[in-house]
Each structure stands twice: as C-alpha cells, then as structure tokens.
Design a protein around this ligand. Sequence first.
Ligand code: AMP
Ligand code: GLY
Length: 423
Amino acid sequence: MKVLVIGSGGREHAICVAFSKSSRISKLYCANGNAGIARVAECVSLKPDDIGGLRAFAAEHSIDLTFVGGETPLALGIVDEFEKQGLRIIGPTAAAARLEASKAFAKDFMARHGVPTANYVTAFSPAAAVAELETGAFGDDSMPVVVKADGLAAGKGVVVALNRAEAIAAINEMADLVGADAAEKIVLEECMFGREVSLLLFADGEGYSLMPPTRDHKRIGESDTGPNTGGMGTFTDRALLTDDQLAVIEETVIKPTLRGCQSEGFGFRGILFLGLMMTDGGPKLLEYNVRFGDPETQSILIRLETDLVDICEAMLDGTLGNLSIKWREGNSACIILAAKNYPAKPRIGDMIYGIEDAEALENVEVFHAGTSALTDDEFYTAGGRVLGVTASGEDLQTALSTAYKAAGMIRFDGMQFRRDIGK
Ligand code: AMP
Ligand code: GLY
C-alpha cells in the first residue's frame, strides 16, 4: 500500500516513523517533509495548503491512504476534496475541523451539547470585546480573563490577562499578533485554574479509542516562565488521570462531543485532541484540536505497538470497536531541542552534532522538526524547534532520564532545552 503524510514537523516525522514500521506499506511519501523524514519517506515538495496539488499527486501516484498532520489543510477542506475523488484520507471534514478553526464555533458547540467549559462571551469586533469588558458585562476587574482570537493562530491567539487593563491591551494587539482575519471575532473567557492534561483519541464517527494521557510544557523557560512556544516537551503518564476522572471525561466530554458531531451532520473521523483543565469542579474542556499535537505525538507514537495502518483503516471503516490498540507499558518523554533565539527569531544554519549517538541508545528516537541536510548524516538547524528527543521507559523516571541522556549527546550552537520536563 502507498501512503502519503502531509506536513513537515516533528509530529509528521513521528507519524512517518510509525508508518515505516508497518509491514503493509510498500511506499511512503511525505509532503513536504524535512531532513529526518527524508530518511524514512520520499519527500515531495508540495505545501500543506496546496490542496489541489496534493489531490493531483495522490491521484497520479495511486496513493491508498493519506494522513494529514496539521490543522491548516483540514480547515481548508482537504478531506472533503479527497473524498469527492474517492481518495482515502484520515482527518475530519472542514465542517468538523471548525471545532479547532473557530474558537467561537467550538464554545457554542460545547454549550449546545453540555460539555463543561469556561463561561464565555463572543464579541464580533475588537471594539465590541473592549466594550464587553468596560461595561463590566463580562469579567470582574480583580479577576484574570482569557482573550482568544477566533481563528487559527499557530498557538499565538490566546492571552491569559491578569486584569481588565491587560485584557483590553490584548484585544487591541490581537489583530497585529495573529492577523485581522483570525482576530475578526474575539472570545472572552473566564480563567480556570487546575492541572492541564491533553487527552487524544482515535475516532471513527461513533466509536473511539483513547491514547495515553499527555502533558505539554508550553513556555520556553524552566518553571513555566517566559513566552509561550509550540511546546518544549511532553510526557505520557496514565497517572495524569485517575480512573474516576477518565470516566467523567468520557461521559461529559467525549461522548457528548462525538454524538454532537453526528447530530449536527458531520460525524468526527480522525484524531481528536482534548485540552483539559482539571478544576476543583471537575474536568473542563479548554479547547479541541482536530489533529495530533506537536510534540505530544512524539511521546505518544513511540509507545504505539499496533500497526498504524490497521488503526487508520478502522477509523475509515467505522470498526475501531473491533480493534484492540496496544501501547507499550510504562511511560515516555520528549525533550525539544530549540534553536538560539527561539521563539522570537530563531537562528538557523548551525551544524548539529551527535544525533547518531543519541539514536543508538535503546528506546530512543530522535524526531526532526527544523533541520536541513547537506549529506545523509550532516544536519543543520533550519527552524525554531529543531529536534524532539524521545524515549520510552518502564516508568516516568526511566523515560525522562533516557531522553535527557540522549539529549545530552546532541549539541549545536545556541541549543536551548528545558531541564524540567516531567517534573
Ligand atoms: P488553548 O489554545 O485554548 O488551549 O489555550 C492555550 C493555553 O492557554 C491553554 O493550554 C491554557 O494554558 C491557557 N488557557 C486557555 N483558556 C484558558 C482558560 N479559560 N483558563 C485558563 N487558562 C486558559
Ligand atoms: N502542543 C500543542 C498543540 O499541538 O496544539
């Protein structure tokens, strides 16, 4: 079978490595890939938002299965376009992708289906959002308020403002930060407190199968200081959620969401990513993503034992319930190695040493995110997040210490990483 993966980050490298382990695949392509992906797949220079080009490529090369990594092509309707041509593709339709592409849509959807979440109000212009705050209709000056751009914003569209003045400043700066389109509507939200957990699942419309619970570390600095990034490290740990919490999440979030999608005419097929806050009042949903997380995926897929092709077919055929998906026992961790000056203005072109030594360690995978290569084994930094050094282990301590041991074998000028992932 021929498979095409769409994307070029660490997440897509992890997806390609998982596919490359399948005995059922004769040819693996990735559009547009990166220097690490090129070692397991043939990279094709088509951008993820070139829906027409990707569809033509899949048709011409008789691709049996396409897997979409990121949200942009999903929001643009790549799944609808492929399905019209009878091409098999993993991911939600554009209608279902609105759960991520529009925060206002997602919040209204949660409200319609009784999914527990923060109180909110949607304003239809920045001026209206400021007015909501100034009139005191929403929020209280002594309380933090969360300001969110409605549209896709590559992680930059959320500001947790400590008071009303900061919230007004955030509203006024949002269009500059994320673009006028994404900031056309603004969602104001009550600030919730608690531990954050990411829970991802495979969904086939009606049925679903949970992946191991994950935690992301979003700030650049140790002890969660400094600006937000795409994610500086993750770990998987079943103990992030008790059995009771998991049962509550299934009943109050997952089942109402999948039923809600069906009742609104867009059954959800693909990867659903729940960003949860474990509050004193129980689990509440921060957000939906409609795809794998980056770098959650690196930690999750290193533990996957079942053939990813079998899981994809079950998602497409609506037969997830018949498949028992196996995960390696224990835990895993991913440490992001980032370039100098990330996240502001990452420097590129620094030579990377030691990848092969790190990869030679047992239970370690080094996933490439922003790298380029001159030869097969000479890599340079080519992006903000450069590598995701990922390890599995029998417990969290083992996974973390193995990942840090591997990370310690890699070096490049200006390399930054957090030493407190999983702490
Ligand atoms: P989101 O993209 O909606 O997940 O927001 C990014 C991050 O902002 C989350 O991971 C939280 O840390 C924070 N956040 C978003 N909404 C809220 C909220 N209502 N209360 C507290 N923190 C929030
Ligand atoms: N790591 C967060 C995300 O992929 O959205």
